[in-house]
Write a protein that binds this ligand. Structure first.
Ligand code: CA
Length: 225
């Protein structure tokens, strides 16, 4: 699904995606995006930030209440990405205009190629870290029995870390495990998703119970205590 109010850009992105074999639904209005998403149940949403009706942040928030589609947010300025990250809107990736539609579709293809099944197959069920329980096959995380609503990216990061709890994963290794080896982008995105994960898990950045920062190296699972 493409949500973009510049018709020429929406059509351009749509035609690249169709060329890659996707079925594409387009809307240029934020208020129409949410009902359209309910109707078409998209795998991926390319979402412009500045939209009439409802802005991209609000569309993403509403989308997240019923959809775990990958969301790529389009922004007009690079600085907006930091603001968006601060708002924790739950997008999986960000691109600043002008961008290459070829790069956008390459990133989307890489997202969809993520090795989820490999992760699921190698984690014992369920994984427990104190109050945190992780059911990788069922794609469910609970803290003290309370389900935690994670985006697909957040869940995949947690599953990748849980696969080998004693091992520290570097950002590059996490990107390979979650986004796939062909992903090109900023490693900083890993920290962003870890930040969201911690907030949702009620974890502390400096003394993480579940996701520990190993300074200068990367991340590993904590014991939950
Ligand atoms: Ca716009």
């Amino acid at each position: 699904m493409v949500v973009e109010d510049e018709p020429s850009l929406a059509d351009l992105v749509g035609s690249y995606l169709e060329r890659d074999g996707f079925e594409v639904a387009i809307t240029g209005d934020g208020a129409e995006a949410v009902p359209l998403a309910r109707q078409v149940d998209p795998d991926v949403v390319v979402l412009d930030l500045g939209l009439p009706g409802l802005d991209g942040v609000e569309v993403c928030r509403q989308l997240r209440t019923f959809s775990d589609a990958y969301v790529v947010m389009l922004t007009a300025r690079t600085e907006e990405i930091d603001t968006l990250i601060g708002l924790s809107v739950g997008a999986d990736d960000y691109m600043t205009k002008p961008f290459s539609p070829r790069e956008l579709t390459a990133r989307i293809q890489a997202m969809l190629r993520r090795p989820r099944t490999t992760i699921a197959a190698t984690v014992a069920q369920p994984h427990r870290f104190g109050d945190l329980a992780l059911d990788v096959d069922g794609r469910e995380a609970t803290v003290a029995g309370r389900p935690i609503a994670l985006t697909r990216t957040e869940f995949d990061i947690l599953a990748a870390l849980a696969r080998d709890p004693g091992v520290v994963l570097t950002r590059t290794q996490l990107i390979e495990a979650v986004w796939g080896p062909s992903w090109v982008g900023d490693e900083h995105l890993v920290d962003v998703h870890i930040g969201h994960l911690r907030r949702k898990l009620g974890d502390d950045a400096t003394r993480g119970r579940y996701v520990r920062t190993i300074r200068g190296v990367g991340y590993r699972m904590g014991t939950g205590s």
